[in-house]
Design a binder for this molecule. Sequence first.
Ligand SMILES: [Zn+2]
Length: 262
Amino acid sequence: MLIDCHAHLDHTRYYTDLDKVIERCRENKVLVITCGVNKDSNRKVLEISKKYNDVVKAALGMYPFDAVNIQTDEEYLGRKPIKFNVDEELEFIKKNKGKINAISEVGLDNSIENSKIEDQKKVFMKIIELSEKINKPLVVHSRKAEQLCVELLESCKHNNIVMHFFSGSMKLVKRIEDNGWSFSIPCNIDRLQHFQLVCEKVNINQLLTETDSPYAPPLGENRNEPIFVKKTVEKISEIKKLDKDEVEKNIFMNFQKIFLKN
Ligand SMILES: [Zn+2]
């Protein structure tokens, strides 16, 4: 079984052909975790994971910008600047803990001016606390706030932490590895040296694969989808000089250890 531990299947870019995308996951034996980014998106995630429960698992969360009501200009139905109450949404996640395998997408993003980073930090601390309480892994977004994310996460009482699309320094990569956390490697490892280096340095037992679909497709594709984790597995096997099947098996074991605990 191949793993895509971070995708957004509720995105508008799948509205017309999600059935086909899922069919391709079945044919290629890809297991997907689809993640929520806000109130609307979390509800859609639960619907999608229920409808396609043989290959899709759910993660609920709140994207760092959505959590502090920063409007993103992306055309994404679930991303309208709808105000929602963070505490109520945390309560919703708690109530649905039996239906989810992780808390995601959550974290910090300091890539824009006026990112309200202090507010983001407060929300993120509450999320870390919730993950301890309901014993669910965290899949973390850390764009331009990598160090801060690591520092906050080091207060977390559990080790089930996956750094998604991690673009911080190799020094931080080492610190994350020493903390026993994992990295999920995106498809653009095909052209980004940074992710190739992460794969080279980090123990195979701490690597996972993701797509962040529909974003960040591999070269030559215009929309990403879960089956493209295949290409990432190929790349990892090339870098680690391991057989493809062995890499696939290893990543599946890592996935089980982190996401299928309860
Ligand atoms: Zn994402």
